[in-house]
Design a protein around this ligand. Structure first.
Ligand SMILES: C[S@@+](CC[C@H](N)C(=O)[O-])C[C@H]1O[C@@H](n2cnc3c(N)ncnc32)[C@H](O)[C@@H]1O
Length: 384
């Protein structure tokens, strides 16, 4: 925490307002609240939330960068896979949590250039401010014909048929946090001590989690995340859609890798002006808070709802399987500055030390055949 930049005056006032609101919630709840409620308030409070408020979250001037902003190679690889899946599905795309709109813009531009028919592009986005930003960039960058295909929806459309895509959407859900003590699981909550937000622990063990997670070899003090909100949301989501191929792209692991004896502190991470740290009580409303997804759990929720997992690969493998090297080879190595920029971007997207291995792509299908384009090599579905 020592080398973090300081908050602007506006950020200070947002932090103070959220701090007051959280303390009020804690007092009204008898001394503690779940971390999930804290995360919901600081990220999605209508007036002051990190995503819903005034912030510029993305890019060099924001707090973090996501894959679609690094290079359009990312998006064009997904379009290659979507195109193969349009053989089985209507040419409709639903994007969940579209951020600054970069993925949608690059996808629709590439589709128009390559004569790939897209009938409609739906965006499901919780933040009205981001919707406005998405509308602005799309109106500016897209032809009238392609802009008219984009529609914002306030709910996942009942009986949706088509492709569903979400990048870094699942890890933006508010999560609960748990701690193991003497072979039992207790929720880690947030209370107040000396007028400061502090961690405290529930008294009652969580028997449901003890029934689905093998904690035999995990030590006392071991911390992990599990989101009740995301569970509820996914259950509804898998039920609501009718016929789809879903691509969830996120930081995460399969259960065996996630519940590893060495990962004792959990995966919670905060991002402020490109600095990563682990204190979620700092910079309220000014910083992003994320955690890593348990893809085995996502896979079992999907299967319970009658869906099938068609593939599970690292981001690097997905992009390489789906043609990233061909897109890179379109750039002329003699144009040194452009080629250097593109190879750096490719490196960032695929290097195991950066996004390549930590981010995974899971393909889930409901009521349809699917193309495995993108998942055809190095599929790790068996690890889920
Ligand atoms: C980490 S950002 C990722 C943005 C974008 N997909 C990207 O890769 O740049 C998470 C996005 O999901 C949106 N979001 C989070 N929770 C949501 C929810 N429950 N419903 C709809 N959108 C949500 C946020 O507002 C934001 O646009």
């Amino acid at each position: 925490m020592t080398n973090l930049p300081s908050l602007s005056q506006l950020e200070e006032s947002v932090h103070d307002a959220l701090n007051q609101r959280l303390k009020k919630e804690i007092i009204q709840s008898g001394g503690s609240i779940s971390f999930s409620l804290l995360m919901d308030i600081v990220l999605y409070d209508e007036e002051h939330g990190y995503y819903t408020g005034y912030k510029e979250q993305f890019g060099e001037s924001g707090d973090f960068i996501t894959a679609p902003m690094i290079s359009n190679i990312f998006t064009r690889c997904f379009l290659n896979s979507f195109k193969e899946n349009f053989v089985h599905l209507p040419s409709s795309i639903l994007e969940l949590g579209a951020g600054n709109g970069q993925f949608a813009v690059d996808l629709l531009i590439a589709a128009e250039k390559n004569n790939i028919v897209i009938d409609q592009y739906l965006i499901y986005e919780i933040s009205n401010n981001l919707v406005k930003r998405q509308q602005k960039i799309m109106q500016k960058e897209l032809s009238n014909e392609f802009f008219s295909k984009v529609e914002w929806v306030s709910e996942v459309p009942e009986k949706f048929e088509g492709i569903i895509f979400a990048n870094e959407f699942l890890d933006a859900f508010p999560t609960n946090i748990y701690e193991i003590k003497n072979k039992q699981i207790f929720e880690r909550k947030v209370g107040i001590e000396n007028n400061e937000l502090v961690w405290n622990r529930d008294d009652i063990p969580n028997l449901y989690l003890e029934s689905i997670i093998d904690i035999e070899n995990l030590p006392t003090g071991y911390i992990f995340e599990y989101s009740k909100n995301l569970d509820e949301w996914l259950k509804d989501f898998f039920k609501t859609i009718k016929k789809a191929m879903i691509f969830f792209v996120d930081y995460g692991f399969c259960q065996n890798e996630l519940f590893h004896q060495d990962r004792t502190e959990g995966t919670l991470m905060c991002h402020y002006k490109h600095h990563a740290h682990t204190n979620p009580f700092a910079f309220l409303g000014a910083q992003d808070i994320t955690w890593h997804i348990n893809f085995s759990h996502i896979s079992s929720l999907a299967k319970i709802a009658g869906c099938t997992v068609s593939g599970f690969v690292s981001q690097a493998n997905f992009l390489i399987n789906a043609g990233a090297l061909d897109f890179l080879s379109e750039h002329d190595p003699n144009n040194i500055s452009d080629f250097k920029m593109q190879t750096n971007a490719f490196q960032r997207l695929t290097s195991p030390a950066e996004m390549g291995d930590l981010i995974k792509v899971i393909g889930i299908v409901k009521n349809t055949d699917a193309s495995l384009f993108g998942f055809n090599k190095n599929d790790r579905k068996f690890q889920l």
